[in-house]
Every structure is written in structure tokens, then in C-alpha cells.
Design a protein around this ligand. Structure first.
Ligand code: GLY
Length: 341
């Protein structure tokens, strides 16, 4: 494994080469709590760099909540990435952002359909910490962000998003693209390029005190209907944390994650004794059963961390990877096991 310094300069291609096979098999949870081993996991290959942002906090004994905010901020700030203001717009050509965050004490905050703000995850945290509410949307969320001192960014598309949007306008066709989130800076362009994409990073961390937190941030489905929300800003669908049991988060087709209250379902399955991977698998199976033959058109993926520090993931289809960073292994990209063969 590369050192952290080396890793930062490693190319995307060589990062992909770090991928290893499935781990964290469906074994029973240990009864002995494991604390003092900080850990962060996040979705897709973009999670590798985001995890380093979180690790800076965790490795100094910082709080998991601070780590999951700092981690996904790295991705939100990347102009050529699919998350944040660099992401694909809705079908009216406007980028709208969704994010949520949850800590070890059931505190949670969320923003949805937020425009022109670089770090929706930090606004979500302010909602959690400075309002009596959990969720603010649209204009109200933007007003709150500005009142909190977040600058309004220009209303403009990144060059990649502009190109993808112009291509999409040629057909304006909705068609799911499986694993589109994994395209990183290589946004697809073409007749259906980017249509129905999900552009999400979800992150879960456990700090040295054993406390869990999670974050999720997205520009949502590319070229979505104006006003469409997915699972990512919804506590219980895109993200859920119960410090006594575990934490879970989702990526993929938000509508189908919402149908089963995905992240909460995974945590409840862990409460019943399933290991993280087995809990993610059971949630994916539930979605597959609902979708029937249409399951092949979509991708849904879950990641989970138990209160004992085990991690796992499972996807509906091949191609989902999640990034893990801990003191022992430093960085790895794990190819998740999947249902549809
Ligand atoms: N999972 C992100 C979305 O569907 O918007």
C-alpha cells in the first residue's frame, strides 16, 4: 500500500489498481466493543481522496462528525467531479445540491435543492446545530446558508457539465445508466450521456472514542426534473446512524433506496444481528424483489459500519467500489460483492 503522501499524487488509473476482492463476510458481530480504531469508508473511487480529508481529523483523535464533514468537502470542492457545483444540472440547466449529516447522538441536518452554495454538507451541519429543524430546502435553505456566511457562487455550469448538458439536450432522454457515479471526472457525453445519473458520495466514520457519524452529498440525478429529490438528503434513506448499532449509507437510484428507507433498514438489520455486508445484501435483495425484471436497469449500493468497527457493502450490480481508510491498511478500494450475476 502506498504511504499517504505518495497516495495523494497517485493517478486515478493506479488507484483503480488498488481494488481488491470482497471482504467483511457475513459473520456474526463480535459481542466485545472495539474502540480506539478509527475508520472511514466512503462510496466509489472518489472516496479514496475524500477519505484522506476525513483521516486528517480521525488520525489526530478528532470527532467522527468533523471527519465526515471534512471528507466529503474535498469532493464537493472538485470542479471536475460529479459531486457539488461541478455536477450535472437538472433538465432546466441548474445545478441543485442535496446533503445530509448525522452524528452519534441522533442529531441530524439536511439541505435539499440548494443552489449556488459550494459546501452543502456544511450547511446541513449548520441546520443540525443552529436550528430546531432537521431539513431546509430550496430558497429557504439558500437564505439560511447566506445568513450563516456561506458565499453565493456564480450560477454557472462547469465545462464538463455544460458539455454533458448540451449533449443531453439533443435527445432529452431519461435512461438509467448503471454505475454512472463511478465516472469521476470522465462525465459521459452522448445521446443519453449522464441521463439519470446520481453523482453521490456517502461517507461513514468511527472515531477513536468509538463514536459513529455519517455524511452524504450529491448533485442528484443528472438532468432530473426540476424539484426532484433522491435519497441523499433524506435521513433514513441516504444515511442513518445509531451509535449503539451501526451506520449505513446509500448510493445509486435514489427512488428505489427511498422505497425501502434504505440506510435505516440496513441499520435495523444490523440491530437484528447481521454483519454489515449481510445487512447491506438483505436491503439490496429487498429492492431487487420489488423491482423484478426492472432491477437490471438500475444500480443501488449500500455501505455500512457496525458499532464494533466492522465494515461491509453490497450492490445490486457489478461495478460498485468503496474506499476504506484505517490505521492498519491506510487506504484500499474494495470491489463490493453484488446480487445480479
Ligand atoms: N442517490 C442519489 C440520488 O438518487 O439522487
Amino acid at each position: 500500500m502506498p504511504t499517504r503522501r505518495k497516495f495523494l499524487t497517485t493517478s486515478a488509473a493506479s488507484l483503480a489498481a488498488l481494488a481488491v476482492g470482497p471482504s467483511a463476510e457475513a459473520v456474526a458481530l463480535p459481542t466485545r466493543p472495539v474502540v480506539g480504531k478509527p475508520l472511514v469508508i466512503s462510496t466509489w473511487d472518489t472516496g479514496l481522496v475524500a477519505n484522506l480529508g476525513a483521516w486528517k481529523v480521525l488520525s489526530k483523535g478528532g470527532r467522527a462528525l468533523d471527519a465526515v464533514e471534512a471528507g466529503v468537502m474535498v469532493t464537493e470542492a472538485e470542479q471536475n467531479c460529479c459531486v457539488g457545483l461541478g455536477g450535472n444540472p437538472d433538465r432546466d440547466g441548474i445545478v441543485t445540491l442535496d446533503a445530509c449529516i448525522m452524528d452519534e447522538q441522533f442529531n441530524c441536518g439536511s439541505v435539499a435543492a440548494l443552489e449556488r452554495i459550494k459546501h452543502p454538507i456544511s450547511v446541513a451541519r449548520r441546520v443540525m446545530e443552529r436550528t430546531p429543524h432537521v431539513m431546509l430546502v430550496g430558497e429557504g435553505a439558500q437564505q439560511f446558508a447566506v445568513a450563516q456566511g456561506f458565499p453565493l457562487e456564480p450560477q454557472q455550469l462547469s465545462p464538463d457539465a455544460e458539455k454533458a448538458y448540451r449533449e443531453w439536450l439533443k435527445t432529452s432522454q431519461y435512461k438509467p445508466i448503471v454505475n454512472i457515479e463511478n465516472s469521476g471526472s470522465k462525465k459521459p457525453v452522448g445521446p443519453v450521456g449522464g441521463a439519470n445519473n446520481h453523482d453521490t458520495i456517502a461517507m461513514l466514520a468511527q472515531d477513536a472514542r468509538g463514536n459513529l457519524s455519517g455524511s452524504c452529498t450529491t448533485s442528484g440525478m443528472g438532468f432530473k426534473m426540476r424539484g426532484r429529490l433522491g435519497d441523499s438528503p433524506l435521513i433514513g434513506s441516504g444515511l442513518y446512524v445509531d451509535n449503539a448499532v451501526g451506520a449505513a449509507a446509500a448510493t445509486g437510484q435514489g427512488e428505489d433506496v427511498i422505497r425501502i428507507a434504505g440506510a435505516h433498514t440496513v441499520v435495523e438489520l444490523m440491530r437484528q444481528g447481521l454483519a454489515p455486508k449481510a445487512a447491506c445484501k438483505a436491503a439490496v435483495e429487498r429492492i431487487a424483489k420489488i423491482k423484478g425484471a426492472k432491477a437490471r436497469d438500475i444500480q443501488v449500493c449500500f455501505i455500512a459500519v457496525s458499532s464494533q468497527g466492522q465494515h461491509g457493502a453490497f450492490a445490486l450490480q457489478k461495478g460498485f467500489s468503496y474506499a476504506v481508510c484505517d490505521a492498519q491498511n491506510q487506504q484500499q478500494l474494495i470491489q463490493a460483492d453484488y446480487l445480479l450475476r
